[in-house]
Design a protein around this ligand. Structure first.
Ligand code: ADE
Length: 248
């Protein structure tokens, strides 16, 4: 997957892409990440990227020209290289559709992604109307820019790409996409400060362990995120268990 990111702060991406799964994925040619400084696509002496909002009001708005120019240049490179039809151009903004594991799966199917990090009070609306194909928010709070949001989206997408994680982790993702929160995890020692690991996990009975984990996931989801349970992928028996727990 090729990922192109437009930002006013390219250096913010140095550290996350230099370690862990990103570095491995880049080193193994599973992803290619390019960071573009929007300022490099300005033509005036002062490299102006923003301007006052028409109609007045506080703050500055990102100008459309450098963003259009940068994206069009990136697009022409992609088209000469490979063409599989759709190319998502995603603006990170608090006004976007709420990001989720489902959207991460959706994005992981593309061979290219272009991410635009907004800044200041916003981005000229013509960018949203005539350039961008998708707008994503990572939550109902306002960050000072789209950079951290872009990192969140890229992290969630990249770990779904084949070969990036081991099989163990991918099956965890499968369970997560069923819509339940994860069950409690324990490691050694079996007793720590008189707090014991649940007996069933030490029993060696895989079927009992699986049943306990599933019940714990349902219980935890019910307690912490009850709204997720309605959409969760539960069998009849599990649905009945959830109803019993809800009533008790
Ligand atoms: N830019 C500022 N806040 C944001 C958010 N919550 N999600 C995505 N981009 C943003």
């Amino acid at each position: 997957m090729r990922i192109d990111i437009l930002t006013l702060f390219p250096q913010m991406f140095d550290s996350p892409f230099g370690i862990g799964i990103f570095k491995r994925a880049i080193d193994q040619n599973l992803i290619r990440v390019s960071i573009y400084n929007i300022r490099d696509y300005t033509h005036d002496k002062h490299h102006t990227v923003d301007d006052y909002p028409y109609g007045g009001g506080a703050g500055m708005v990102l100008k459309p020209e450098p963003i259009f120019e940068a994206v069009e240049l990136i697009k022409s490179g992609i088209h000469s290289e490979q063409e599989d039809g759709v190319l998502p151009i995603i603006l990170l903004t608090p006004q976007g559709r709420p990001f989720s594991q489902q959207i991460a799966h959706e994005l992981s199917k593309y061979s290219n992604l272009i991410l635009i990090c907004g800044r200041y009070e916003g981005v000229d609306e013509r960018v949203c109307e005539h350039l961008v194909t998708d707008e994503i928010s990572i939550g109902d709070y306002v960050l000072s820019g789209g950079e951290l949001a872009a990192m969140v989206v890229v992290d969630a997408v990249v770990r779904l790409l084949p070969g990036v994680l081991g099989s163990e982790a991918s099956s965890w993702d499968e369970s997560h996409t069923t819509g339940l929160l994860e069950y409690p995890q324990y490691t050694r020692p079996a007793v720590y400060r008189e707090w014991s690991v649940p007996d069933v996990l030490l029993s060696g009975n895989h079927a009992q362990v699986a049943k306990w984990r599933r019940e714990q996931a349902i219980l935890r989801t019910l307690k912490r995120r009850p709204e997720l349970l309605d959409k969760a992928n539960l069998c009849l028996e599990e649905r009945q268990l959830a109803d019993r727990l809800r009533e008790s």
